[in-house]
Design a protein around this ligand. Sequence first.
Ligand SMILES: C[S@@+](CC[C@H](N)C(=O)[O-])C[C@H]1O[C@@H](n2cnc3c(N)ncnc32)[C@H](O)[C@@H]1O
Length: 290
Amino acid sequence: MTSWVLFPRLHLAEIEDQSWCPSWLREHTHRALARMWQTSNSKNGSPATQACELILQTLGGVEQAAQFTFVDACAGAGGPTPLLEAKMNDRLTSSGYKPVDFVLTDLWPDIKAWEKISKHSEHISYIPEPIDATKPRRLAKEGTKECRIFNLCFHHFKDDAAEKVLSSAVQSTDAFMIFEMTHRTIPSLLNTTIVILSVFITTLYDFYWSPIHLLFTYIIPIAPLFYAVDGYVSCTRGRTAEETWALLRRQRGLDLSEWELRSGEQTALLPFGKLYWYSGVRKTIKKYSG
Ligand SMILES: C[S@@+](CC[C@H](N)C(=O)[O-])C[C@H]1O[C@@H](n2cnc3c(N)ncnc32)[C@H](O)[C@@H]1O
């Protein structure tokens, strides 16, 4: 069942998007998000596992998925990609296909986190230079198709930037997948409250060795305040499927006739965490030059 949308979309400012946002705060949330993607508390597995299944369904199964390179366009600290890659390649190799490659990119590359991730998997690489998702280049390995994935980041884009992100995907890739967990819905607001409170636990796990993180979480609660502001603000920025596809349809000259657009939502983290997904797949084969 589609969740009830409570109020019109707003694009209030997130602290994370400001150039003055301290990098330790960004790193703090990205680590927490990466952990959230891997947390499994339902029979359907973690959000990352569910994302893998959704991508497989969207692309039409393992045979089709085996033809792709997957680009995580706003990777943060890696988000779901380490687990997603392992699950995807398990599914492919157990069906007799070769493993596929994943590439991490971001406007603010987290090289430290990505080095660690790529050391653990020969199928995950990264681009160390900043790549703006509104003007990316095609990164698929030669002879493969490209699927661009946007994990928990599409709400960061104002409508004009979001239009560019989508039109670039339509013009230079073969598929794209958007995953969001913040939205203008009751489950999303409740889940965000749990994520905000979880900072008191995750800081101990991730940053027990760092006086600055401990000070600014438990004594002067800057980190929890940051989570609260950015968490609720990102909920107000969530888009419905209609609002997302309208960004594509209003672009003159953009040919969508070959594209199949779909969307849905499902519970990914009990009790309230919904995964909202929006997918696009090119139905025909396109040749790319350059
Ligand atoms: C909320 S974080 C999500 C991180 C990760 N995808 C995850 O799921 O944990 C949003 C990410 O979007 C990135 N981002 C924001 N604007 C961007 C842009 N124009 N181009 C590329 N990345 C961008 C930020 O640097 C940040 O890493």
